[in-house]
Ligand binder design. Sequence first.
Ligand code: BG6
Ligand code: MG
Length: 230
Amino acid sequence: MHKKGFIFDLDGVIVDTAKYHFLAWKKLANSIGVDFSEVQNEQLKGVSRVRSLEKILEWGNKTLSEDEFMKLMGLKNDDYLTYINNMDESEILPDVTRILNILIEKKQAIALGSASKNATSILRKVNLLSKFEAIVDGNDVSKAKPDPEVFLIGAKLLNIMPENCIVFEDSVAGIQAANTANMISIGIGDEKVLHEADYIFKDFTEVSQVFIEHIISNKIQPKNKISINN
Ligand code: BG6
Ligand code: MG
């Protein structure tokens, strides 16, 4: 049996925290007189907290002093954390735990590769922290997705070559990061959005044990965009 490195994004892949980011950003944007829609929220997926606020200010044609900027970032995160504090295992997305357990049973290496600085506390909240051998999050990277840094650090911590790693991602930037890192990219979400991925599934309920076994046994290669009969 081959040992592969499976690297999971967090927001939108393991838990549906995008809805909480949306509520917190909307409240903040509206408080400074900027409209904020769900369509705009899509563009913040996988994007760091700093860059997200920069984009909102651009959309609203606003400029802020550095102090005000930092204050608003703090307010957004405080608000976001009030939602996170109420999270529990019921918010794990469908079949995530099934896939993690298959990988653990098959002695595969598992890491988290997220832009969020709240990643560890969220994993603890939903009781999944112990399933991850390595955590790479927004506190560890200097370059945001689509830069591959977050996944390359993950591979290094797992001690697995990048070409033997597989990334699960729901954002375009994350898929591009995985492709640049020379890893198999698996999009979780809308195929129209994630078409640059090697494989795309609506959610983990579509990912079969056979598919995972084929990845582990090298029957599935990157950029091999044939449809898999799972
Ligand atoms: C990403 C989310 O995972 O993390 C983004 O998709 C978010 O929406 C980013 O802005 C940073 O998260 P946090 O928790 O550090 O503000
Ligand atoms: Mg995500």
